[in-house]
Ligand binder design. Structure first.
Ligand code: SAM
Length: 407
């Protein structure tokens, strides 16, 4: 099948793309669903022993170097072919950009640099046949995106659950002379339906799972002509299982669990060096502890536990394990060879990170599957849909945007 070149996809193109992704993800689910972090051996390793051996022979630095571009890895079969298919199926192209009227630089003053660049990129992709008269910034935080858009003189409403963000947003709008309404609202509550009007153009930059789905449903019901959504945190849903939105996804054999959706959160393109180091330390310790708890319990199974407070990473490995065992009410018994266990934890981390490279090939295809589920839903609701990236992944890994417009 050919992936649509243009961003405006016909219903048949969207459906064909969705089905191709669906087939790909379903056929290879044994490669991307099991998590190396929680299993000592993965089912697929017996099927592809050469690939498993090759990945397991690599170190942590090599995994890190390949992390953001796993498809370039010269790994044994079937890795290269899967990478090729994943790239082809996960491609959506860039949305056309148009520079907006000059921005008052004052607007960006209180906004972290990367967030401001995301806002500018998001804004430059918003092209609708009908000029928006009233922006509705959904889960707006302080409403930076809304204020950026409302420079064109249109009205602005921002809805947000966090009272502090609402009042900071209201203050900022006042300071900048933008007549915005900042409304404290839990968009998941029933009353939220009353805040949407047909004349509004809702926009949502990085509204998590249920929050942007709620927007699509309410905006369509309210008769909004157009909306723009850049989803994120697909795993932040109340249901245990993913609830498909479109007929095609409902008919799919792929039954996603909330945990499967976490695959999309494993991308760390934007994390700094210090954050990565701490994350590695925390994971290596958790993996070392995992080996210990398997011995102590005589159960060869991962034991889920909340992460310990970061201060425990400053303590030595023995203290860390003792605390985690206390939290899990686990009797560690006699003496342990802490140094060996700690080293084994780091070795496992290298294995996990390298084995993860195979899973990560499926990250974008899964994300596009989820986005197409949304697009197909909106299409069935009478919208024409455009999909594509609004910025580079280096600015944010969640760089896909869905534009929907009713005739
Ligand atoms: C990832 S932030 C994005 C904020 C903003 N759109 C941006 O891009 O900077 C998600 C926002 O959703 C808000 N939020 C979470 N749950 C909500 C709910 N149930 N109703 C309204 N807002 C909610 C959070 O407080 C947070 O400000």
């Amino acid at each position: 099948m050919s992936v649509p070149e243009t961003n405006l996809a016909t219903p048949a193109q969207l459906l064909a793309h969705f089905r191709a992704l669906d087939q790909f993800l379903f056929a290879h689910q044994q490669l991307w669903r099991p998590k190396p972090f929680t299993a000592l051996q993965l089912g697929w390793e017996t099927e592809h022993p050469q690939l498993a051996r090759w990945l397991r022979a690599r170190n942590l630095e090599q995994a890190e170097a390949a992390h953001n571009q796993p498809h370039l890895l010269a790994a044994p079969a079937p890795f290269p072919e899967l990478a090729r298919q994943a790239i082809a199926l996960g491609q959506l192209g860039q949305l056309p950009r148009r520079s907006r009227a000059a921005t008052g630089t004052r607007l960006g003053v209180d906004v972290p640099g990367r967030k401001w660049q995301q806002i500018e990129a998001f804004g430059s992709c918003l092209q609708f046949h009908q000029q928006p008269a009233h922006w509705l910034d959904w889960c707006a935080g302080k409403g930076h995106l809304g204020r950026y858009l409302a420079q064109d003189g249109s009205a602005l409403s921002c809805v947000e659950r966090d009272a502090q963000l609402v009042s900071s947003g209201q203050r900022l709008s006042g300071k900048l002379g933008i007549p915005a309404r900042h409304i404290e609202l839990d968009v998941l509550q029933e009353e939220a339906a009353g805040y949407l009007e047909s004349a509004q153009t809702p926009v949502a930059l990085h509204a998590c799972g249920d929050l942007h789905v709620r927007l699509m449903q309410l905006a369509s019901a309210a008769g909004c002509r157009q909306l723009a959504i850049a989803p994120c945190c697909y795993n932040r849903i109340r249901a245990e299982h993913y609830q498909p939105l479109s007929a095609a996804a409902r008919a799919s054999a792929l039954q996603l669990e909330r945990d499967d959706l976490r695959l999309l959160q494993c991308e760390t393109v934007t994390a700094g060096q210090r954050v990565r180091k701490l994350r590695d330390l925390s994971m290596a310790r958790r993996l070392g502890f995992d080996l210990l708890q398997r011995q102590v319990r005589a159960v060869d199974e991962y034991l889920p536990a909340e992460a310990l407070a970061p201060a425990w990473l400053q303590r030595d490995f023995a203290a860390y394990c003792t605390e985690l065992a206390r939290v899990k009410q686990l009797d560690l018994g006699g003496e342990h060879d802490w140094a060996t266990l700690e080293t084994a934890g780091w070795q496992r981390l290298a294995n996990v990170r390298n084995l993860e490279l195979l899973r990560s090939l499926f990250r974008r295809p899964l994300e596009v599957w989820l986005l197409l589920d949304r697009a197909l839903f909106l299409q069935a609701e009478g919208y024409r849909v455009r999909l594509g990236s609004f910025c580079d992944t280096r600015l944010t890994p969640r760089n896909l945007l869905l534009l929907a417009e009713r005739e």
